[in-house]
Design a protein around this ligand. Structure first.
Ligand code: XMP
Length: 506
């Protein structure tokens, strides 16, 4: 087992960000609900208490029993975490005035304090809580202040326990990474958690767990399932069978291109053309959720049929990643849309699940993929929904509409690559609207379809901003689509962020 840091989640929006920062410092960490500290853990070397949407004095506030943690491990309380440590030891926490939100600067720093090593007076920090600690319990000693917040950081004498009122994990806290790094030093971490070490330990664990068992895995062309396949392949080779289904709703040429990439990677992969089945079942269906259901079920049918042709399969491989795991563990998270395309598979097929990426964030999956020597077109590929173009053709789906959208999308994505914009965008694609409008081509009046272009920036798809693509680029894409794609006479750009919109239109 790898040495690890535990982050106890009190419900803050930045808890995942703390986790990512710790991982960026080459240290393995796990995020657990505030009341689920693993008391039997032997490999824990430090604990962080996260922020929270609550105030410590709220009746509904999350309260954890810290007796098994404090004094046993180095502890860093962040924001609510710091307030909770103080409050639960008899200190006072009170509502503060709004000046204490946002940007602030440390005006006093205890320069002998290892936690604050290398941080200079004047360093910018980010505050985001309506409360402040007004009275510190005995043995709590202030180690940094801002003009407005005296207890901006404290430590408890006689323990390796610290609290910071500001958020070291956010970008606006200039020396935040330095502070987290110093905390890891105080915990005694070796900081050797890297993609290479992850691959080595995961492949060894997979060999041990799977032995000579056979595994089946559905590939989607996306990063997560592809990296999962390569890792499994490294561990068990030909005992892994991959299935890649063409439901007829993939991007132009994607089935052939991706299949070729998979074969180059040495994967044992079977491509299945099931277009006709999906088009048939989807004919005339307009409702988005119904389309999702039909595509999801169709996928399971095809996959199940293929799996039955193979003998003695015991495991189903899945590309589940850490944000999904955290979401399913979370006590506070609200799930707006859930996208479990193959949710029913393990039960239906009576298979055990193997999910080698379940502890990785998306950017870590990409780094692991790079370390595994995978082609950058597989690793850098934008997320693409399981139901594919099926939820980007608003209303009912026909093969002709798929053709129109594939052509438009292909122009958009090819130009995005050509202009060097692809890698700075989280996800982009074209949407075919069920809207016709009047246009003029030559001397002819036209009455044709509208294509909407979507491009967003994001880190996890939970929130997203519309991307401010250059006007020249949009002009070029619009021209090319209208000139080259028969059936389209208008192109619009979607300028909605998530929330309140979503990334996909359906
Ligand atoms: P939304 O539209 O909810 O999308 O903002 C968030 C992310 O999820 C993807 N998405 C899906 N993925 N099956 C999937 O596998 C689905 O039904 C589905 N719906 C949305 C979307 O592309 C984005 O990355």
């Amino acid at each position: 087992m790898h040495e690890k840091l535990i982050i106890l989640d009190f419900g803050s929006q930045t808890t995942q960000l703390i986790g990512r920062r710790i991982r960026e410092l080459n240290t393995y960490c796990e995020i657990l609900p505030y009341n689920k500290f693993p008391h039997d853990a032997t490999d824990v070397k430090g604990v962080i208490l996260s922020g929270s949407p609550y105030s410590v004095y709220d009746a509904a506030a999350f309260k954890a029993d810290l007796s098994a943690i404090r004094g046993k491990y180095p502890v860093l309380g962040i924001c609510y975490g710091a307030q909770y440590l103080a409050y639960s030891s008899g200190g006072s926490v009170e509502p503060a005035d709004s000046r204490e939100y946002g940007r602030a600067h440390l005006s006093y720093i205890d320069t002998d304090e290892p936690l604050l090593k290398g941080i200079l007076s004047g360093s910018q920090v980010w505050m985001s809580h309506g409360d402040t600690i007004t009275v510190l319990p005995k043995s709590f000693r202030i180690i940094a202040s801002t003009d407005d917040v005296k207890a901006a950081a404290y430590r408890i004498d006689g323990e390796q326990t610290f609290g910071v009122q500001f958020h070291p994990e956010v970008f606006h806290t200039t020396d935040g990474m330095q502070l987290l790094d110093s905390f890891l030093d105080i915990c005694g971490f070796q900081k050797n958690w890297t993609p290479a070490s992850f691959i080595e330990s995961t492949v060894a664990e997979l060999k041990e767990k799977l032995k000579d068992d056979k595994v089946i895995l559905a590939l989607s062309g996306g990063v997560d399932s592809s990296v999962t396949a390569v890792l499994l392949n490294k561990a068990i080779g030909k005992n892994l069978t991959c299935i890649f289904v063409d439901h007829g709703l993939l991007r132009k040429n994607e089935f052939e291109d991706v299949l070729r990439d998979y074969e180059h990677l040495g994967l044992n992969v079977k491509g299945i053309n099931a277009k006709a089945k999906f088009y048939g079942e989807l004919a005339g269906v307009k409702d988005p959720e119904q389309k999702r259901k039909i595509i999801g079920k169709g996928f399971i049918d095809v996959f199940d049929e293929e799996a039955h042709k193979l003998k003695d399969i015991k495991w189903l491989g899945q590309g589940t990643i850490y944000p999904d795991v955290i979401e399913s563990l979370s006590i506070t998270g609200t799930v707006i849309k859930s996208h479990h395309n193959v949710g029913g598979l393990p039960e239906k097929m009576n298979l055990k699940l193997v999910e080698p990426l379940r502890l990785l964030f998306k950017d870590e999956v990409r780094r692991v993929g790079r370390e595994l020597g995978m082609m950058s077109n597989l690793i850098k590929r934008h997320p693409f929904p399981g139901p594919g173009l099926g939820i980007r053709i608003l209303g009912d789906i026909t093969p002709e509409k798929v053709r129109v959208l594939q052509e438009a999308d292909h122009i958009y994505m090819s130009l995005m690559r050509e202009w060097g914009l692809y890698d700075s965008i989280w996800q982009a694609g074209a949407i075919l609207l069920p809207v016709q409008s009047v246009g003029v081509m030559g001397d002819e009046r036209t009455y044709e379809n509208t294509i909407a272009l979507r491009a967003v920036t994001s880190t996890d798809a939970m929130t997203a901003d519309w991307a401010q693509l250059p006007y020249d680029f949009l002009a070029k894409v619009s021209n090319e689509i209208i000139n080259k794609v028969k059936g389209v006479n208008r192109v619009v750009y979607d300028i909605s962020s998530k929330p309140p919109s979503t990334i996909e239109w359906e």
